[in-house]
Write a protein that binds this ligand. Structure first.
Ligand code: HEM
Length: 524
């Protein structure tokens, strides 16, 4: 048959068969096997039954059955776009982060805007906070600024987040409503939690019904740190300022738009970017130190407070431009995983108890939502700079270490190594106790080994010696045998010499340098 200017083949029941030719590729199974008929399952005769042998049919249905993944526990409804971030004013006095170092630095970006309370299929113009999550793919790894369109938050401590979200979302018995308005549970929680009051004012304001994502501000909310080459920390609040300006609708309009076009915000972003009208935001920072922070009668670690812009004007240091829609909504917007703990060297956390909780929560939920520990291998989440580590296996592992070495330290000189010069360093917290060092009393590795050895009877000591000789004789690399004997010399000389002799070592190595002198007289 010919429909319009196209010709199709028709099967016996009238099904349309579009066959591969010219530029149209051949349909294949997941295994790459060409498919001859995609309209009819394989049956035992024209009236069935359907045969298990039809692997294409089974694969197609099986894959469809597994299409859904859990929606985000909050911010389920979102819309993402690609773009870039360009630095216009260097912060190199304040931070070693390369993305904030040299003016003109440009890195790829992915942004996901969202509502918080509604499910994935809810409408765009709910009275709600909007998520403003930005992933910058820098040359030092991914930096996520997981912000909102309001500068403060409902609660001060992450331990209240599950309660707050339960109260905001649908009530468990009736399964509605999705938005805050006219909602007993939310207002019950809010009225019993005075820390919500500042945020209540924001959420009742026009900011909660933005005209589109393009006309919103963004805020990192928490106080973060910038850390410079001398190790000095400066507090920072991050802001996104829309070049388009700030615009909202009124409630009457919001209600009508939700009815007429529940996809109003995502359609707006799609149309703007597809027509070349690229939305743009400036990145702004408020920088301050401890002395300034101490002047306030609130704590700068409290996410229900902002730093007044009259006191510290926002310094504009860069621009974010969104210029490309996703190729595939699920692969990119749905699978993108932002996390507050994704920071780069030169950017640090504070003890804000909301931020500390978020640093755990996102990774935890994404491990479930995206099916295991390897969601960082999904292209939208993978860094665009080189990355190497010894993490391996798990569902859908794509970047297992190559070769025999999957640990360090190792003798083979293979694989990635830590880098004290460029590696991430956590800033000590306010009490100065944060450290990676182990105490001096962790440094004696030999005394109790000796104690165990000398507590054994002579025949048992011989068994130990023989076991070392047997096991180490299977080690092909002589150097490794000598290293073990060098440790045994700090445990018991007779044992060490016996093992060396049993292994046929040509010479006895020097004892391994001991970080802490082993106690020789254990009885004393
Ligand atoms: C998701 C912002 C507080 C847990 C999100 C998203 C944003 C966001 C923008 C959506 C990310 C995306 O587009 O994929 C914020 C801000 C907060 C805040 C600005 C306060 C300043 C919290 C707290 C917790 C939390 C306190 C938990 C302790 C989550 C979780 C998700 C999420 C579990 C879903 C993540 C996913 O499935 O990928 N948040 N949030 N948030 N947030 Fe928050």
């Amino acid at each position: 048959v010919t429909i319009g200017d196209q010709t199709f083949e028709r099967g016996p029941q009238g099904a349309t068969h579009q066959t591969a030719d010219g530029d149209t590729p051949t349909l294949t199974t997941q295994q790459g096997v060409p498919v001859a008929d995609d309209q009819n399952s394989l049956k035992a005769g024209p009236r069935g039954g359907t045969l298990l042998e039809d692997f294409h049919f089974r694969e197609k249905i099986f894959h469809f059955d597994h299409e859904r993944i859990p929606e985000r526990v909050v911010h389920a409804r979102g819309y993402g776009a690609h773009g870039f971030f360009e630095l216009t004013d260097s912060l190199s006095d304040y931070t070693t982060a390369s993305v904030l170092g040299k003016t003109g630095t440009r890195v790829p970006a992915f942004v996901r805007f969202s509502t918080v309370a509604g499910g994935k299929g809810s409408f765009d113009l709910a009275r709600d906070v909007r998520g403003f999550a930005v992933k910058l793919y820098t040359e030092e790894g991914n930096w996520d600024l997981v912000g909102n369109n309001m500068p403060v938050f409902f609660i001060q401590d992450a331990i209240k987040f599950p309660d707050m979200v339960h109260a905001v979302k649908e009530e468990p018995d009736r399964g509605f409503p999705q938005a805050q308005s006219a909602h007993d549970n939310f207002w019950d929680f809010a009225s019993l939690s005075p820390e919500t009051v500042h945020m209540l004012l924001w959420i009742m304001s026009d900011r909660a019904i933005p005209r589109s994502f393009r006309f919103m501000e963004g805020f990192g909310v928490h106080t973060f740190r910038l850390i410079n080459a001398e190790g000095k920390s400066t507090y920072v609040k991050f802001h996104w300022k829309p070049k388009q300006g700030l615009q909202s609708v009124v409630w009457n309009e919001a209600v009508k738009i939700n009815g007429a076009d529940p996809d109003f915000h995502r359609r707006d972003l799609w149309q703007a970017i597809e027509s070349g009208d690229y939305p743009e935001w400036e990145l702004g920072v408020q920088l301050f130190d401890d002395a300034f922070a101490d002047q306030f009668d609130f704590d700068i670690l409290d996410a229900t407070k902002l730093i007044p812009e009259e006191l510290i004007p926002v310094r504009r240091i860069g621009r974010l431009v969104l210029d490309r829609m996703v190729d595939n909504f699920f692969a990119e917007t749905e699978q993108v995983a932002f996390c507050t703990q994704n920071v780069v060297p030169g950017i640090g956390f504070t003890n804000d108890p909301l931020l500390q909780g978020r640093n755990f929560s996102y990774l935890d939920t994404q491990t479930k939502r995206l099916g295991g520990p390897n969601f960082t291998h999904i292209p939208i989440n993978a860094p665009k700079c080189p990355f190497h580590n010894f993490q391996q296996d798990g569902h859908a592992a794509m970047h297992n270490p190559k070769g025999r070495v999957n640990y360090e330290p190792n003798f083979w000189g293979a694989g990635p190594r830590e880098n004290p010069k460029t590696g991430y360093r956590h800033f000590p917290d306010d009490n100065g106790r944060t450290t990676r060092e182990r105490g001096e009393l962790f440094a004696d590795h030999y005394s109790q080994a000796r104690q165990f050895y000398i507590s054994q009877t002579k025949p048992e000591q011989t068994h130990i010696k023989n076991a070392f000789v047997f096991e180490l004789s299977k080690v092909e690399t002589p150097n490794i045998r000598s290293r073990v004997v060098a440790h045994l010399l700090n445990v018991d000389e007779t044992l060490a010499k016996g093992v060396a002799e049993g292994l046929g070592l040509k010479e006895l190595p020097a004892p391994a340098p001991a970080a802490r002198t082993p106690i020789t007289d254990l009885a004393a």
